[in-house]
Design a protein around this ligand. Structure first.
Ligand SMILES: Nc1ncnc2c1ncn2[C@@H]1O[C@H](COP(=O)(O)OP(=O)(O)O)[C@@H](O)[C@H]1O
Ligand SMILES: [Mg+2]
Length: 149
């Protein structure tokens, strides 16, 4: 099973979309293994988005991401890194198909409401950056046997 890091960004939190996003992951059949509601520092966001440090929007992005609370989560499931990215849609909501989170719920690239890890390697790095090992909950979902053969 893979795990991925998903975060509802400050715009998604303020617009009241946390519940809708949790619902989509739950009803798809993914298992929630960690969650926290937190306002993180600009330094923390700079580490989170370190890959983008040479992009012109990096400064504004890190400032924005630390400007208000985010809802940070770890979700688990088969091939979840790739499939969660498909659920999110494209980085630019304008390129995101209806049915995807960004295609249904937002319009602007700088306010695209949700983060999701793009590779398994980045998922591991981001989970480690946001959660302590003791914040990850180990349990068996009662739906497990009905989701996987
Ligand atoms: N051209 C841009 N202008 C403004 N913000 C951007 C732009 N490209 C990306 N961003 C912001 O930076 C975030 C991180 O970028 P990136 O990792 O490329 O996308 P994604 O979130 O889809 O993985 C995006 O979700 C978006 O909020
Ligand atoms: Mg990214």
């Amino acid at each position: 099973m893979e795990q991925t890091f998903i975060a509802v960004k400050p715009d998604g939190v303020q617009r009241g979309i946390c519940g809708e996003i949790i619902k989509r992951f739950e009803t798809r059949g993914y298992k929630l293994v960690a969650a926290k509601f937190v306002q993180s520092s600009e330094e923390h966001m700079k580490s989170h988005y370190a890959d983008l440090k040479d992009m012109p929007f990096y400064g504004g992005l890190c400032k924005y991401m630390s400007s208000g609370p985010v809802f940070a989560m770890v979700w688990e499931g088969q091939s979840i890194v790739k499939l969660a990215r498909m659920m999110l849609g494209e980085t630019n909501p304008a390129d995101s198909k209806p049915g995807s989170i960004r295609g249904d719920l937002c319009v602007n690239i700088g306010r695209n409401i949700i983060h999701g890890s793009d590779t398994l390697e980045n998922a591991k790095r981001e989970i480690g950056l946001w959660f302590k090992p003791e914040e990850m909950v180990t349990y068996t979902s009662c739906a497990q046997a009905f989701l996987y053969e």
